[in-house]
Ligand binder design. Structure first.
Ligand SMILES: Nc1ncnc2c1ncn2[C@@H]1O[C@H](COP(=O)(O)OP(=O)(O)OP(=O)(O)O)[C@@H](O)[C@H]1O
Ligand SMILES: [Mg+2]
Length: 227
């Protein structure tokens, strides 16, 4: 392992994936996300962002290539209604802990700690249906915090949120990364969110074609738009 890899929470090398051996989605895709940082993944519709996240989470098998990623992984989907499965907030956050051998007291402590981390400490008994979209996304993130996830993968978590709630969520994830040493990879189309990340990747035709600090990537995207 190279020194660079040791300091990365996510390493992808020469990854290939195609659907049904036909549509090539990822072609020699490589990237590395440093431990304890917040990176974003940009790219046009169909460029392979969601597919890459699924491969990283082990939800799809790669055709070829190398993936190394810190465990456990938390996954946050675009639509939290596809993710929250229990009737109340507390039960939902606890649901992710069923496979861990914890006492009821330990589960209670983990749930309470995770809800506090996303500023929803008072919401434990709240029914899921009585939450706003932004609150549901924070509950999905609390589920990952309760499982003590090292890596958080978020697929357009703000797509259904209004502008204010969008920026609150991205600020919250930035804070969680800073305070808990988590590593996060966040898929987005919204360039204003770049202000919150340490760096970003641009995916085109299944390959990372640009990467770097938010400002340099923004410049690059503006130039591409004009060209
Ligand atoms: N289950 C599937 N079966 C076959 N092809 C698929 C499947 N899911 C996605 N694809 C195709 O794979 C390609 C990449 O899709 P993906 O969802 O990864 O793109 P994306 O970058 O996340 O796009 P978006 O910005 O629209 O979310 C697209 O051409 C898509 O049609
Ligand atoms: Mg997608």
């Amino acid at each position: 392992m190279t020194e660079n890899q040791e300091k990365s929470a996510i390493v992808v090398k020469d990854l290939h994936f195609s659907w049904n051996n036909q549509t090539k989605v990822l072609q020699s895709c490589s990237l590395a996300v440093p431990k304890g940082q917040f990176w974003m993944l940009l790219g046009t519709n169909g460029s392979g962002k969601s597919t890459l996240l699924r491969l990283l989470a082990g939800l799809l098998p790669a055709d070829q290539g190398f993936i190394e990623i810190g465990q456990p992984i938390g996954f946050v989907f675009q639509n939290p209604d596809h993710q929250l499965v229990m009737p109340t907030v507390g039960a939902d956050v606890a649901f992710g802990l069923v496979k861990e051998k914890l006492t009821p007291e330990q589960v209670k402590a983990r749930v309470s700690e995770a809800l506090t981390a996303v500023n929803l400490g008072e919401f434990e008994r709240r029914p899921i249906y009585a939450l706003s979209g932004g609150q549901k996304q924070r509950i999905a993130i609390a589920g990952a915090i309760a499982r003590h996830c090292e890596v958080l993968l978020l697929d357009e978590p703000t797509a259904l949120l209004d502008a204010q709630t969008q920026l609150e969520l991205v600020a919250q994830v930035k804070k969680l990364v800073e305070t808990r040493g988590l590593t996060a990879l966040w898929v987005t189309h919204r360039l204003e969110e770049l202000d919150y990340c340490d760096g970003a990747f641009l995916l085109e035709h299944g390959q990372v074609v640009a990467q770097g600090e938010p400002d340099s990537l923004r410049q690059r995207l503006l130039i591409m738009d004009q060209g």
